[in-house]
Design a protein around this ligand. Structure first.
Ligand SMILES: O=C(O)C(=O)C[C@]1(C(=O)O)C=C[C@@H](O)C=C1
Length: 358
């Protein structure tokens, strides 16, 4: 075949490519319209029966030279791209999506403590509120270190029902009183919608734990109160599920949401969970919400908290959460992974010295 013949044939292909592009783009616009209709109807985007029907029609009309299998494969890719388009379109409309809110959300806590703004946030405190003495000892140390937000669990979702379950409302009271005396804000996990109203007097931030990221009734309930919420990523939650969990909260009116990456469950045993550092830039890109990283629960180890915190901040995290206990060896939960006060001070000083902590 001469070059001239080749060029002529390629010229025809270029024309057909252009026609195909026009047709595929026109098809995509219709797919987007269908996506909007499905969203309004609340029906799933994926419709396997519809796809099968179209493939069967196409194969029945196929006169070659592509085999039926190739035709099916080509159109399945078009259908898959169509679903992605519908999903992306849906994400565009999410209230938490960056596409619907270009600027970073900055949450202003009492005392002008900001989350998601120009400064990093350190959240520290015991896994569980165990006693007044324990909590006040940590509060004093945190105040001295310049930490503004103290965490402390009062309702503890534990793997075993025989493990320490937390002090409940008494725990929240102890946390609040200690925080008040040392000029700190409080964050604590709420696990039951019935506790939300009463907890509002004790917490400055409601934490939704990893195991409750899929508890949609709890998400809706905290979405209806005017209180900042820290939403933890589920143990095996995809980022898409995590983002939609935040959407559950925001869709009810509460816009003060911060996300926290706390590690995901993988096959790796060297750490308690696998800290998914890539989640930080992805969440910052996909959403306008502040993103924190829980280095304690993700790693389950003390010896790698400093590099993990630095990595989190370098990846764009707006803050770090870490567990601190006066005497971790005697802690009623997470004994192995809590820092004592000296260890915390070293940790915090190293993180600040990195220049990554704003
Ligand atoms: O017809 C629909 O319901 C669509 O959403 C469109 C479409 C398509 O690309 O044709 C896309 C995804 C579905 O799984 C089925 C079909």
């Amino acid at each position: 075949m001469s070059n001239v013949e080749l060029d002529v044939l390629r010229g025809r292909l270029d024309e057909i490519n252009g026609q195909l592009l026009e047709l595929i783009s026109e098809r995509a616009k219709i797919v987007q319209e269908i996506g909007v209709v499905k969203e309004k109807q609340g029906v799933p985007k994926f419709d396997p029966e519809r796809e099968k029907k179209m493939l069967d029609q196409l194969v029945a009309s196929n006169k070659g030279p592509f085999t039926n299998g190739t035709i099916r494969s080509l159109f399945k890719q078009i259908f898959s791209a169509s679903l992605d388009l519908q999903s992306d379109e849906h994400k565009k409309t999410l209230l938490v999506a960056r596409k619907s809110h270009k600027e970073d959300t900055v949450i202003v806590l009492p005392g002008d403590v900001t989350v998601g703004g120009s400064s990093s946030l350190m959240v520290a405190g015991p896994c569980s509120v165990e006693s007044e003495l324990q909590t006040r000892t940590v509060a004093a140390a945190l105040q001295k270190a310049g930490v503004r937000v103290m965490r402390g669990g009062a309702f503890k979702p534990r793997t075993s029902p025989y493990d320490f379950q937390g002090l409940g409302m008494d725990g929240l009271r102890i946390l609040r009183e200690a925080a008040n005396d040392y000029g700190l804000l409080t964050i604590s996990e709420i696990v039951d919608p019935r506790h939300i109203e009463e907890s509002l007097d004790y917490v400055d931030i409601i934490q939704i734990g990893a195991r409750n990221m899929h508890n949609f009734e709890l998400l809706k309930a905290v979405g209806e109160v005017n209180k900042p919420v820290l939403l933890k990523r589920g143990l095996a939650a995809t980022l898409d599920e995590f983002i939609h969990a935040a959407e559950y909260i925001m869709s009810r009116g509460n816009t003060q949401i911060m996300l926290i990456e706390r590690g995901i469950r993988t096959y790796e045993k060297a750490t308690r969970n696998t800290l998914d550092i890539s989640a930080v830039p992805i969440l910052k890109q996909e959403c306008h919400l502040p993103v924190l990283v829980d280095v304690t629960h993700s790693t389950g180890r003390k010896d790698i908290l400093i590099p993990c915190a630095k990595a989190a901040l370098a990846a764009g995290a707006d803050g770090i959460m870490v567990e601190v206990h006066p005497d971790p060896a005697t802690a009623l939960s997470d004994a192995a992974q809590q820092l004592n006060i000296d260890e915390f001070n070293t940790f915090f000083n190293e993180v600040k010295a990195s220049g990554l902590y704003r």
